[in-house]
Design a protein around this ligand. Structure first.
Ligand SMILES: [Zn+2]
Length: 136
């Protein structure tokens, strides 16, 4: 597991193992594109790839979890949600998926750095709008 504040030193091998663990738990096993140049993560639904690297600004671990949640939601639905344009990628279903992934990874989903998420995602989580969870 990757916990604590040393996420910046993550290497490709650790990222591969992280995806392996997520795949064991959730199913889909996207390919990793480890890139030194990326400053933000990216998921490609159709190619089933996740691009992250050591220099993504949020740190590679949260980025990888964020991108993995995209792949997982797509895998479960078989499609991209057809909702309001702004919600297509980061709508309610996505937030719940990310919450579930974060809960698995950190044990406590609130250890995920929601403050560095898109505002709409952060607001949804901090506003306790997650279907099956409540802040305690
Ligand atoms: Zn995203």
């Amino acid at each position: 597991m990757f916990c604590g504040g040393r996420e910046g030193i993550m290497v490709q091998d650790s990222a591969e193992r992280m995806i392996d663990k997520l795949a064991q738990r959730f199913g889909p096993r996207p390919l990793l594109r480890w890139t030194e140049r990326a400053t933000r993560g990216k998921a490609n639904y159709h190619k089933n790839t996740i691009s992250v690297g050591p220099h993504v600004w949020r740190g590679p671990v949260p980025s990888l979890l964020h991108e993995y949640a995209h792949i997982l939601l797509y895998y479960r639905r078989g499609s991209i949600p057809r909702t309001k344009k702004t919600w297509r990628h980061h709508g309610p279903e996505y937030v719940e998926t990310l919450f579930e992934v974060a809960e698995y990874w950190y044990g406590n989903p609130y250890r995920y750095p929601w403050h560095s998420e898109y505002r709409s995602i952060e607001k949804r989580v901090n506003g306790s709008k997650i279907r099956s969870y409540r802040l305690v």
